[in-house]
Design a binder for this molecule. Structure first.
Ligand code: ADP
Ligand code: MG
Ligand code: MG
Length: 203
C-alpha cells in the first residue's frame, strides 16, 4: 500500500470536513478541532518527500503534525503517526500485516500519551475498536482492503457510540454530564483517517 497516499487522502477528508469537526468541537470544547487538524495535515502532506520508504513517510508526517497542529489532538495524532512509522521500520512494501502493526502502535501511542481508555469519549473510542476489527479480519485471513474496511466501519460505529458518553478526558470533560448527547470530534476525525486508509487500500 502507498502510505503517502493515505496521508494525502486523510488530509483531503480532514479539509473537506474541517467546518463540521470544528462545529462538533464548539458544542463540547473550544471549536477549533477541524481547523487545527486541517493545518497540521496540510503540513504533513507538504512534508512528504517524493522518494521515501513508507515508515519514514509516516514519521515525517507525524513530525509535521506535531509542529503544526494546535490543541491536544496535535501531539496525540502526530505521535501516533510517528509510532506507526517506526512500526513499519525500513520495509519497502507494506501489506496487511504491516498496516496492522502500524495501527496497533498508533493506538498504543495515543493511550500512553493521553491516558484515555475506551468509554471516556475520545478518539480512543474510534481507534480501539478499529484496531480490534482490523486484527480480527487479519486473523481470519483477510487481505488489506478487507481489514482496512473493517477498521473504518468499526471506527465509524465507535465514533457514533460516543454520543451518549460523558467525557472524562480533555476539554469536554469540564462540561461533566453536559457533554452527553454530542459526538466527540476527535473520534469523528479518527474515523475519517481510517476511512482514508480503506479508500487507499481498496484502490
Ligand atoms: P483542544 O481540546 O486542545 O482544543 P482539539 O479540539 O484539537 O484540542 O481536540 C479535541 C479532541 O481530542 C477530543 O475530541 C478528543 O477526541 C481528543 N482528546 C482529548 N483529550 C484526550 C486524551 N487524553 N486522550 C485521547 N484523546 C483525547
Ligand atoms: Mg478544541
Ligand atoms: Mg483548542
Amino acid at each position: 500500500m502507498n502510505v503517502r497516499e493515505w496521508v494525502r487522502r486523510a488530509a483531503e477528508k480532514i479539509e473537506a470536513e474541517a467546518e463540521r469537526l470544528s462545529r462538533l468541537d464548539a458544542a463540547i470544547g473550544d471549536g477549533d478541532h477541524g481547523h487545527n487538524l486541517d493545518r497540521g495535515f496540510a503540513a504533513a502532506v507538504e512534508a512528504l518527500p517524493e522518494d521515501v520508504r513508507p515508515g519514514r513517510a509516516l514519521i515525517l508526517a507525524g513530525r509535521a503534525i506535531v509542529s503544526n497542529t494546535g490543541g491536544v489532538a496535535g501531539p496525540l495524532y502526530g505521535m501516533a503517526w510517528r509510532q506507526a512509522g517506526k512500526a513499519l521500520g525500513d520495509a519497502e512494501q507494506v501489506g496487511a500485516a504491516e498496516v496492522g502493526a502500524a495501527l496497533r502502535a498508533a493506538l498504543q501511542s495515543v493511550q500512553e500519551l493521553g491516558e484515555a481508555v475506551e468509554g471516556e469519549k475520545t478518539m480512543v473510542d474510534a481507534l480501539a475498536p478499529a484496531v480490534a476489527a482490523y486484527d480480527e479480519a487479519l486473523a481470519a485471513g483477510g487481505d488489506l482492503p478487507t481489514c482496512a474496511r473493517a477498521a473504518a466501519e468499526a471506527a465509524e460505529r465507535g465514533a457514533e457510540a460516543t454520543i451518549p458518553m460523558q467525557a472524562r478526558k480533555g476539554r469536554a470533560s469540564y462540561l461533566g454530564p453536559r457533554s452527553i448527547g454530542h459526538l466527540d470530534p476527535g473520534a469523528v476525525s479518527t474515523a475519517l483517517i481510517l476511512r482514508a486508509l480503506a479508500d487507499v487500500a481498496s484502490r
